[in-house]
Design a protein around this ligand. Structure first.
Ligand SMILES: [Zn+2]
Length: 459
């Protein structure tokens, strides 16, 4: 039979094995993977020789069109999804606005869904609890599951803006996680230390003080505490944006620690940059939370990445323009967040010194799919599943990390030499990015509802 599309002759990797093969696609699905010397018939053929052919990447952590005080993150779902395609990302997960009342979750869901309709790639949402909840952990869990969002984000910090949730509620939420099959995403920092340090430096603090206002110990303590709660309750904890190696070192030495209960996400900025960037004259352009860390913390984090202790690489994509960043006179006025969407594969391949394509595939695709309830529809190359496929050239270079797709006017990665580049992205069977242009229309993406997640069942 004639297939719609063939990806011919590349090194096909699914995160566990690699082989020279051809992937055949029809009706948006993967139909078969055949030996690269076998004959086939297809209407369109992508030549993948000397390239890696991987399952579409999943960015588990983006903030598109996020309102932060008087600022709004630069990329919306349209520009963000084009940027994503240029980096091989075929599914991303954004966040519902924080809520305190489980009965309002449906409204928050509808609001975000209407913003996301322009997306060119598939998407899902994490629900977010903030502050002192007006509903029980059980009510939140049930309401999130009903919307197809089995992943719930909480904060252990930001009491000053009312986002911090108390530990007692977090423990209730983890018990629900075990009973109902949800995953609790935690922004883990120690709030009392941050409040104390902020009072000490008062209004004079700038981005140069980010690392002393939010020192490594704040993350290290909170990640360890959450690991203890996970061990105690049997709940499933996904720690977002781990910035320091010693957070993982401490957490993994907690009695009862298991990666069946606690997993770690990091972001490209934490494995690429150090706090030296923050201390430069244009350091405001590198302002994010948690802050960039000292070189020894960055290097320890990379060591854990290499050992497979860090499951996923999310971007926490939340850029603001250079004008907004540089206009801030103090830390309090600085909109915090960086843009990394589109660059994860190149950044990680460079950090891994072009070493381990299986690890890269697991971190960018397979693990996120399995841990967050998308597998095998996403994150696999199993026949019958969505034909979301990336063609990655391991030897070419990113000329300029600031491409035309983003609505932001700068990239923190300018000047950072990156090896490896996404040269084609296939999204549900269609060539969606050809190395230059995005080829699918606005609204091509669709919401992916997810079900209960049980990490002890993860294949
Ligand atoms: Zn975030």
């Amino acid at each position: 039979m004639t297939h719609d599309l063939a990806l011919h002759g590349g090194t096909v990797c699914d995160g566990y094995t690699c082989m020279q093969a051809t992937i055949l696609v029809s009706n948006g699905k993967i139909k078969a993977i055949i030996d690269s010397s076998d004959p086939f018939d297809a209407n369109e053929v992508i030549d993948c020789r000397d390239r890696f052919v991987l399952p579409g990447f999943i960015d588990p952590h983006v903030h598109l069109k996020l309102r932060l005080g008087e600022h709004e993150s630069s990329d919306d779902f349209l520009s963000g999804s084009e940027l994503a395609l240029s980096g091989g990302v075929t599914t991303f997960i954004d966040f519902l606005d924080p809520g305190r009342d489980a009965r309002r979750l449906r409204d928050l869901f509808e609001d975000r869904l209407s913003l996301a309709r322009s997306s060119k790639i598939d998407f899902s949402f994490h629900s977010t609890i903030s502050g002192e909840p007006l509903s029980t952990a059980e009510e939140f869990t049930t309401a999130s599951l009903l919307m197809g969002c089995p992943t719930i984000k909480v904060f252990t910090a930001y009491s000053e803006s009312g986002r911090m949730t108390e530990d007692g509620f977090l423990i209730d939420l983890l018990e629900q996680s075990r009973e109902q099959g949800t995953v609790v995403l935690v922004h883990a920092e120690n709030d009392p230390i941050i409040q104390h340090e902020t009072r000490e430096t008062g209004r004079v603090a700038t981005w140069k003080d980010l690392g002393s206002v939010r020192p490594v110990i704040t993350e290290r303590e909170a990640v360890s505490r959450m690991s203890l709660y996970a061990a105690e309750t049997g709940g499933q904890v996904y720690v977002v944006h781990v910035s320091a190696g010693s957070s993982i070192l401490s957490a993994s030495s907690i009695p009862g620690f298991s990666n069946r209960n606690v997993v770690f996400e990091t972001c490209p900025q934490y494995v690429v940059f150090t706090d030296r960037s923050l201390k430069s004259d244009d350091g405001a352009l590198f302002g994010c939370v948690p802050p960039l860390r000292p070189v020894e913390e960055r290097d320890l984090l990379i060591r854990f990445v290499r050992q497979g202790m860090v499951s996923t690489l999310g971007t926490d994509h939340c850029p603001f323009t250079s004008a907004e960043k540089l206009a801030a006179g103090s830390l309090a006025e600085l909109p915090l967040g960086l843009g990394s969407l589109g660059l994860t594969a190149s950044a990680l391949w460079t950090v891994l010194e072009q070493g381990d394509i299986l690890l890269l595939t697991r971190m960018l695709s397979t693990n996120a799919a399995k841990l967050l309830g998308l597998y095998p529809q996403k994150g696999s190359l199993i026949p019958g599943t969505d034909a979301d496929i990336v063609v990655f050239d391991p030897d070419s270079f990113i000329d300029d990390p600031l491409n035309d797709f983003t609505a932001c006017d700068y990239s923190p990665y300018s000047g950072f030499q990156m090896t490896g580049r996404v040269v084609a992205t296939v999204m549900r069977g269609k060539l969606a990015y050809d190395g230059q242009q995005v080829l699918v229309p606005e609204g091509y993406g669709t919401f992916i509802a997810r079900r209960q997640i049980d990490w002890s069942d993860v294949p």
